[in-house]
Design a protein around this ligand. Structure first.
Ligand code: PLP
Length: 465
């Protein structure tokens, strides 16, 4: 499988190179040159397979030429062996139509472990025996950082510089990052929002002077391998509920558009998905884009669902590219316009393309709290604020009797204060991270400027050879 950039002007890469890289050199994001498909028979045959075996079937076409199915099985067995639930991603029924897909049984209690545990092992495999030293630079609204740090702490050949917006991640999220004292992990609290942190990371990749000195790599969802690992659970859940004979809908709490884009990839591969519901909080750029064609950046409003407090969704570019006929030149012009004016209109082709598959909704604080209470009182499930936003959107849409799977992206204990405010129940931290609040923390605070952050990293990172 070969990978191309959404902006049409970067080298074509194989799976190994695309995994180790971040943003493409033309500022775009990498995608497979063509979507592989599974036949109805192949999808039916996934029924009853374990999570690891499903992962092998779904991911094999994307890694062809670089990893064998046996390699893939070994990596997945190791990655998902660290999950605390035997099913890895269990389905929980809420009522006759609604289900939760629990994606938070990994080491850091958020769905990002599903992709990052796997990505950490891929890095190790691709770096073993090479003299490459990777400098991972990332921005996090909380969950990516902790999941990436857990996956990469102590691994040879990689340093991690993780930027988080100071004071805007939960205590559990911050401690999960800052109590990891491995010498290859650097936590940086910057003044500003997640979007400011993400813009700094993009600027580092786009600066030939800075990026030329190091072998920079990304672990946020601009990394293709992460999205690929997330495609798996759409298949895993759907076949359990009757696909491919019965189409299934998914409701996805959305920030950077990575998780829901993985659902789009599953649909492209042939999985009958009735609807992908893009659920946003009041930071609703994606809801405005999908419902009105208006992709214009507002100011970020902090909410109890911080991983969705985003006004620029990097992965949306991948969708626009695919829907706009994969014209890299035209998309580059559109994105440059957006970068200059912070606003753009979707083209007619892009709008028509989102129509059949995507729906969207914007959920405010009251509706989020109501969804948490409904899950607690009528189904006995305590859910986190991100999951509650997607569940609220799932309960508001009319899809007849199509089953709707809400992706449960974080363990409620990760956002205990918000959960307690809405439901009165205070979720206990699972045993495996029980002493988090006793551990020593280590991080540095920096102003959110390019100069400050590049000077800090420049002094500590290993230059490329
Ligand atoms: C990252 C995250 C999201 C948003 O996922 P995207 O792929 O960025 O759209 C939603 N919920 C939780 C708990 C997250 O950590």
């Amino acid at each position: 499988m070969r990978y191309v950039s959404t902006r049409g002007d970067a080298p074509v890469l194989d799976f190994q190179a695309v995994t180790l890289s971040g943003l493409a050199s033309d500022g775009g994001l990498y995608l497979p040159e063509a979507w592989p498909t599974l036949t109805i028979e192949q999808i039916s045959a996934l029924r009853g397979l374990s999570y690891v075996d499903t992962a092998v079937e779904v991911m094999a076409p994307f890694v062809a030429g670089v990893l064998t199915r046996d390699d893939l099985r070994t990596l997945c067995t190791q990655a998902y062996g660290r999950f605390s639930h035997a099913a890895v991603a269990p389905l929980v029924q809420l009522d006759g139509q609604h289900w939760l897909l629990e994606l938070f049984h990994g080491p850091t209690l958020a769905f990002k472990d599903v992709a990052l545990q796997f990505l950490g092992l891929l890095f190790e495999r691709f770096l073993t025996g090479s003299d490459k030293h990777l400098t991972v630079v990332g921005a996090t609204s909380g969950d990516t950082g902790s999941a990436a740090i857990d996956a990469l702490a102590g691994r040879a050949g990689v340093d991690v510089f993780m930027l988080h917006p100071k004071g805007r991640v939960s205590d559990v999220q911050r401690r999960q990052m800052t109590t990891v004292l491995a010498p290859n992990i650097y936590n940086i609290a910057i003044d500003g929002s997640f979007d400011d942190a993400q813009a700094l990371v993009k600027a580092m990749f786009n600066s030939p002077e800075f990026s030329g000195k190091f072998t920079l790599s990304a672990v946020n969802s601009i990394n293709w391998a992460r999205l690929m690992a997330q495609v798996v659970y759409y298949f895993y859940a759907a076949v359990r509920l009757g696909a491919p004979e019965r189409p299934i809908a998914f409701s996805v709490p959305t920030g950077n558009f990575g998780d829901v884009f993985a659902g789009y990839v599953a649909a492209k591969m042939g999985l009958p998905i009735a609807k992908l519901i893009v659920a946003t909080n009041v930071n609703d750029i994606l809801h405005r884009a999908l419902s009105e064609g208006d992709y214009s950046q507002g100011t970020v409003v902090p909410t109890p669902s911080p991983s969705m407090d985003i006004q620029v969704s990097s992965n949306f570019e991948r969708l626009l590219f695919d829907l706009g006929g994969r014209d890299g030149g035209a998309l580059a012009a559109q994105m440059h316009g957006f970068e200059a004016t912070k606003a753009m209109r979707l083209t007619n082709a892009q709008r028509a393309g989102t129509g059949p598959l995507f729906a969207s909704d914007r959920i405010d604080l009251d509706d989020m709290a109501l969804a948490m209470r409904w899950a607690h009182e009528s189904a006995g499930e305590v859910i986190d604020p991100h999951t509650a936003i997607a569940l609220a959107a799932a309960r508001r849409i009319d899809l007849g009797d199509t089953p709707i799977v809400t992706l449960a992206t974080a363990h409620p204990a990760k956002f205990r204060d918000a959960v307690e405010r809405s439901t009165g129940a205070r979720p206990a931290l699972p045993k495996r991270i029980g002493d988090l609040f006793e551990r020593e923390e280590r991080y540095d605070s920096l102003p959110g400027t390019f100069e400050a952050v590049t000077a800090y990293i420049g002094e500590r990172a290993t230059p490329s050879v």
